[in-house]
Design a protein around this ligand. Structure first.
Ligand code: WT7
Length: 600
């Protein structure tokens, strides 16, 4: 039985009415449009529906398009819920697909990575596919001479330098399993993961069957034992490349920049496996966005003629907070497509991103996915009419839906739990050494009614046109006088005020209403904190969302606690504000922000 928290409906207070059509030329020349024309589809909707209804056939075709196979697969999918095997009997190697086939072909002198070191006086370094192949082989031989063999776990604990993808690809080449620990974690964080994975070698500064393990990645949990998510070769030869090619429309001439760290799934899929499988050119930046000043990212885009740019809402809000003057000196007109990932992007931040990076016209691909999913599941395509703050629709080949507690798809205009009704190639295969938790966390909720339904753990709603709006994690929910309200929605209402840069909202227990809303607000640079402004902000939320969402308390802070991948840690804020133990803070990027949270 699912508990009340996972299934109750969340009220939807605000409707987004703005729609932005894709620029005609971009849409007409997009990779997805080319495929649609070949197949004879006339509308995007028809295409999405057909691919999802025929997902097995669809992924069978994609597997042939995006990957080379040493031996063809005998069947596309064997699905014994909750265990999927894709491309069964097929033999492939992700390193062959990412490196060797390009290095030995027409792309040998194409740049795979433009490495930008943090210090401004150090030159950028260009690494071609041929150079990459040489380095990967050297590293693979080194690993072999250390006795590393197929199936061994190899831990990597390295910063954003080219040696990191080289090491990953070398490990994959010899059939070992890489396990990256984000280099910002403390020694304790590293140690618990090494012990869990029983790694044979820790590194610091030839074909496999489909279901052979490629990597384990630990998700950044806040408390308790981290979850080791397992992914496999075959799925990774297909999923990241296909989704990158369709969603971000990568062409041979593009310079792609995904600002994530390789230590997160975004970096695994969209700095390493996806772009390299496509033979694309990527930026890899070692440093932080504000070094030596807040113009650094704009400068990197200008200097390297970046054409497709993918970042996180937290970074967008940080740059928005700092102001457009940092962008002004730079020419970012090389950009043609933008993207966002990691948490819901507030409509206000979405508009700012589109205006500042996108000259008021570039589409933003708001991609919804997870460490577990390996690739985007819900996302616009470059042909999709966009609504600010919406990840739009399930991608072709996926059957993502929003269900109520009885496992019925929710009607348009309401919310529920986001699920996937069918498997997909890059899905997680297991939790490392914890089968029970794998079954329980993702598959148990709807098992009796719809076995094989994957529960993502997020709430979402569909608006009247069927657009998906992600509302955050299931356990991040406010309950005010019987209404369930998404924290993210109240935060968005606050950020829509011109003086606000960022906001975190929590519920404070209240005898009458169940909970009342307390908002922690970060002002934009140059704005002055005052009691009047607090009242103005509370009133603003009431105007935007209605009286039920009225924040009882508004507090100004300089920073809110976040994970290293930029997610606001509302649970930690709540514990600190209510005087409760905050638990393990090792996943936080800025533990000092916890100290500054006042008691409420
Ligand atoms: C969770 C997964 C996916 C790569 C980075 C994070 C949230 C992710 C979006 C989005 C709203 C989003 C969800 C999801 N999330 N993308 N576009 N809109 N929320 O990977 O650490 O595994 O986190 O991030 O809550 O479940 P992750």
């Amino acid at each position: 039985m699912a508990d009340e928290k996972t299934t109750a409906k969340t009220s939807v207070l605000l409707e987004e009415t703005r729609i932005f059509e894709a620029p005609r030329e971009l849409a007409e020349n997009s990779n997805v449009m080319k495929w649609m024309k070949e197949k004879g589809f006339t509308t995007e909707r028809e295409m999405r529906l057909w691919c999802s209804a025929n997902y097995i056939q669809f992924w069978g075709e994609m597997a042939k398009t995006y990957a080379d196979w040493f031996e063809p697969y005998a069947s596309i999918l064997e699905w014994k819920p909750p265990y999927a095997r894709w491309f069964v009997g097929g033999k492939c190697n992700v390193t062959h697909n990412c490196v060797d086939r390009h290095a030995q072909g027409a792309k040998k002198d194409k740049v795979a990575y433009i490495f930008v070191p943090e210090p401004v006086d150090q030159p950028t370094q260009k690494i071609t596919y041929a150079m990459l192949e040489k380095e990967v082989n050297k590293f693979a031989n080194g690993l072999k001479s250390l006795g590393v063999v197929k199936g061994d776990r190899v831990m990597l604990y390295m910063p954003m330098i080219p040696q990191l993808p080289i090491a990953m690809l070398a490990i994959a080449k010899i059939g070992a399993i890489h396990c990256i620990v984000f280099s910002g974690f403390s020694a304790g964080g590293l140690n618990s993961r090494i012990m869990d994975a029983e790694a044979k070698v820790v590194v610091t500064v030839d074909g496999f069957y489909t279901e052979d393990r490629l990597f384990i990645l630990y998700t950044s949990g806040t408390t308790g034992k981290p979850k080791g998510i397992e992914h496999v070769h075959g799925g990774y030869c297909v999923g990241p490349a296909q989704t990158l090619h369709w969603v971000f429309d990568i062409k041979d001439s593009d310079v792609w920049w995904c600002t994530a760290d390789i230590g997160w799934i975004t970096g695994h899929s969209y700095i390493v496996y996806g772009p390299l499988t496509l033979g694309a050119t990527s930026i890899m930046y070692e440093g932080s966005p504000d070094f030596p000043d807040l113009g650094r990212w704009y400068k990197i885009i200008q200097d390297n003629k970046v054409s497709v740019f993918y970042t996180a809402p937290t970074a967008v809000r940080m740059l928005m907070k700092a102001g457009d003057q940092w962008a002004k000196p730079y020419d970012v007109s090389s950009l043609r497509l933008l993207g966002s990932v990691g948490e819901p992007i507030n409509p206000e931040a979405w508009m700012w991103y589109r205006n500042t990076f996108g000259a008021g016209k570039l589409p933003i691909m708001d991609t919804w996915w997870q460490t577990e999913t390996g690739t985007f599941l819900v996302s616009p395509l470059p042909i999709t009419p966009l609504k600010p703050g919406s990840a739009t629709f399930p991608l072709p080949g996926f059957n993502v839906d929003i269900l109520d507690e009885e496992a019925n798809p929710v009607p348009l205009g309401s919310g529920g739990n986001i699920v996937s009704a069918t498997p997909w190639p890059s899905m997680l295969r297991a939790f490392y050494k914890d089968t029970e938790r794998y079954q329980k966390e993702y598959w148990s909720t709807y098992w009796e009614i719809r076995p094989g339904t994957y529960l993502a753990g997020d709430k979402a709603m569909k608006d009247k046109d069927g657009y998906f709006f992600i509302q955050g994690r299931i356990d991040d929910v406010l309950k005010i006088a019987g209404h369930r309200i998404s924290n993210a929605e109240v935060e968005s209402a606050l950020v829509s005020h011109p003086k606000v840069a960022e906001a975190a909202v929590i519920g404070k227990p209240d005898e009458v209403k169940g909970e009342v809303i307390v908002a922690f607000v970060i002002l934009r640079t140059g704005q002055v904190e005052s009691e009047d402004l607090k009242k103005e902000l509370a009133k603003h939320v009431r105007t935007v969302l209605g009286p039920v969402a009225y924040p009882e308390t508004v507090l100004f802070v300089k920073d809110v606690p976040k994970t290293r991948s930029g997610k606001i840690m509302r649970r930690v804020i709540k514990a600190k504000a209510l005087g409760k133990p905050t638990g393990d803070l090792s996943a936080l990027a800025n533990p000092e922000a916890v100290e500054a949270i006042p008691l409420i």
